[in-house]
Design a binder for this molecule. Sequence first.
Ligand SMILES: [Zn+2]
Length: 164
Amino acid sequence: MSENEEKKVEKRKKIKITPIKHGTVIDHIRKGQAMKVLKILGLIERDIDFIVSIAMNVDSSEGKKDIVKVEDMELKNEELDKISLVSPEATVNIIRDYEVVDKHRVKLPDVVKGILRCRNQNCISNQDEPVKPEFEVVGKQPVTLKCNYCEREMKGEEISENVI
Ligand SMILES: [Zn+2]
């Protein structure tokens, strides 16, 4: 094996998945959250024409994890950061020509709009009013959100269960 090839193998080991040529790899997703991640990114309902692949229950040094690969699409950080609500440890790898050109952890936003519904059934954001659900991030460990309308807090499972 040439030195160059060895380097590539080394890189593959680092990202621990089949490499893609171009695109976005979301790694270290919490076990069982891959589908929520697709939902949050709008990749389920949207009519897409690029390849999306999911790996679930992949072994990693910190236990099991899920991985999502989106080929030929560099997703925007603004979109990707929403993943932190269900997987704060997730990392984003931007791949160009098989190389990881950018790698960073998702960042918890200050405000969350539209992607979750409030767990309070009586909340005005759950009525027919033209009011979009909106939450303030009030805690990071664990991630805790407070509804801007009824002030009800949500954390952990409550958050992932209420992804719209
Ligand atoms: Zn509410």
